[in-house]
Design a protein around this ligand. Structure first.
Ligand code: HEM
Length: 462
């Protein structure tokens, strides 16, 4: 009998990764607060694929090579946990749901939720997605006729919150969207500020700021809990995500989720599933204006495939260029532009020691612009996402939805939603930034265009 020697990866390197020294006490914290994207990109460009820095008391490593990203998110995922302050802050908003939970509890919840995101289930939601988009277009008719701009980020937020809300609860969510949206704005803004300023204690003080946080959090939780209670009292399967989650049973124990678990999963899906798609779509509009030849090609596809009618789930496979436009927008401006993991035990990435007890950061924003994998990385070229071109790249050169076991559960939902929104709106309007508006990214929880992106709605049919 022959034996094959299996070589475990070398975890004994003593090389410390290079990186900016930063301030003696707070490391690169001030730079991160001033310009986090510049800090991340500049660090990778200057120090290479593994760079080390200190953010306040935390030592962290920026991993930008796709092989390193693969090790963190997939191959050695058990060594890279979510015991990071950013997840503690998110859990104050979304509780202990899929995004923040870990270990066997996360695995059980993920197994329970996964069937709700099956391709067929998502296809059945397509009609709701286009209906909500068409309703937005009706609202737009008045400002368009008066030549008034809309604030595109707000419009997209409202639309995607309505879509994910209806996917979860059915049309019953209707008037609650405004309450939920208002509460989210407060929580999202405060969570970013608290993280940036290392104001990490729970919001328990009697100050106005902390009171506002608590009130928004209460409003959000009680709205979601009311919807769950209403459903418990009503009829069974309504075919929406909430029904799926309520009816799901653990394979081994036969147990269902408690109301509190349901609430946290629903809150998580509202949090993770609306701002991300809204910022993606906002960037799409801005980039299309800047690239008229891309816009013309998109219009040609929409005219050929749809000829003026509303798109359906069945059209989506034919809308290949539409998909490529969305994917390229997420390459340049990935909504989740950086996320972090705590290192459990010593590891080696790219020949550098990654000590247990430190942190790693992976940044789609940085890796998506890595010059070894992307030619002319700063240019908007949707053709990069033709199936042939995409097949040439390593898996983790592009990871807007993360990867491995903790990959976004809403990936398919979001891609269908983005394609349907784009196809519906772009047949009717050509949004144009108001004169003088300067386009710039604003890295909050997600990567938004700064200033809300005020745009005039030029009609395509007029
Ligand atoms: C363009 C849209 C979206 C982007 C770019 C995106 C991106 C991501 C990323 C990067 C993660 C991993 C985060 C981490 O590890 O910290 C994630 C996780 C997650 N996303 Fe999304 N997402 C999008 C839309 C959605 C939608 C529409 C939903 C639900 C309807 C959703 C639900 C979730 C959930 C529940 C998780 C946690 C999964 C787990 O750990 O098991 N996302 N998403």
């Amino acid at each position: 009998m022959t034996t094959t020697a299996v070589r475990s990866p070398d975890t004994t390197s003593s090389r410390i990764a290079p990186g900016p020294r930063g301030h003696l006490l707070w490391g690169v914290l001030l730079e991160a607060r001033r310009d986090v994207l510049g800090l991340l990109l500049g660090t990778a460009r200057q120090y290479g694929d593994v760079a080390r820095y200190r953010v306040g008391p935390m030592t962290s490593h920026l991993i930008s090579h796709p092989d390193g990203v693969r090790r963190v998110l997939q191959d050695h995922v058990e060594n890279y946990t979510k015991d990071h302050i950013s997840y503690r802050l998110v859990s104050r908003v979304a509780g202990n749901g899929l995004l923040t939970s870990q270990g066997s509890f996360w695995l059980r919840q993920r197994r329970l939720a996964q069937p709700a995101f099956h391709r067929q289930r998502i296809s059945a939601m397509a009609e709701g997605m286009t209906r909500a988009t068409a309703a937005m277009l009706e609202r737009w008719a008045a400002p368009a006729a008066r030549g008034e701009p809309v604030t595109m980020v707000e419009e997209m937020m409202r639309l995607t919150l309505t879509i994910v809300g209806e996917a979860l609860f059915g049309a019953s969510v209707g008037d609650k969207v405004a309450v939920v949206g208002g509460a989210f704005n407060v929580l999202s803004e405060q969570t970013t500020t608290r993280f940036r300023t290392l104001r990490l204690l729970p919001p328990v003080l009697p100050t106005r700021y902390d009171r506002e946080f608590r009130a928004a959090s209460r409003a959000l939780r009680s709205t979601v809990m009311d919807l769950i209670t209403e459903r418990r009292q009503g009829d069974g399967d309504r075919g929406d995500l909430l029904s799926m989650l309520m009816l799901a049973r653990d394979e081994e124990t036969g147990e269902a989720m408690t109301d509190e678990q349901l609430r946290d999963e629903v809150l998580t899906m509202l949090v993770a599933g609306h701002e991300t798609t809204a910022t993606t779509m906002s960037w799409v509009w801005a980039l299309l204006e800047q690239h008229p030849h891309v816009e013309a090609k998109l219009h040609a596809e929409l005219d050929a495939v749809l000829g003026g009618r509303l798109p359906t789930a069945g059209d989506v496979p034919q809308l290949g260029y539409t998909r490529m436009v969305v994917e390229e927008a997420m390459r340049l401006y990935p909504p989740a532009y950086v996320y972090s993991r705590a290192v459990k035990e010593d590891d080696v990435i790219g020949g550098f020691r990654i000590p247990g007890g430190t942190m790693v950061d992976v940044s789609p924003y940085v890796t998506h612009r890595h010059p070894d994998f992307w030619e002319r990385p700063d240019e908007f070229l949707p053709e990069r996402f033709s199936p042939e071109a995409a097949a040439q790249r390593p898996r983790y050169a592009y990871f807007p939805f993360s990867g491995g076991p903790r990959q976004c559960i809403g990936n398919g939902f979001a891609m269908m939603e983005a394609q349907l929104i784009l196809a519906t709106v772009a047949q009717r309007y050509r949004p144009r930034c108001v004169p003088g508006h300067v386009l710039a990214p604003e890295p909050l929880i997600t990567l938004r265009p700064k200033g809300g992106l005020p745009m005039n709605l030029e009609s395509r049919t007029a």
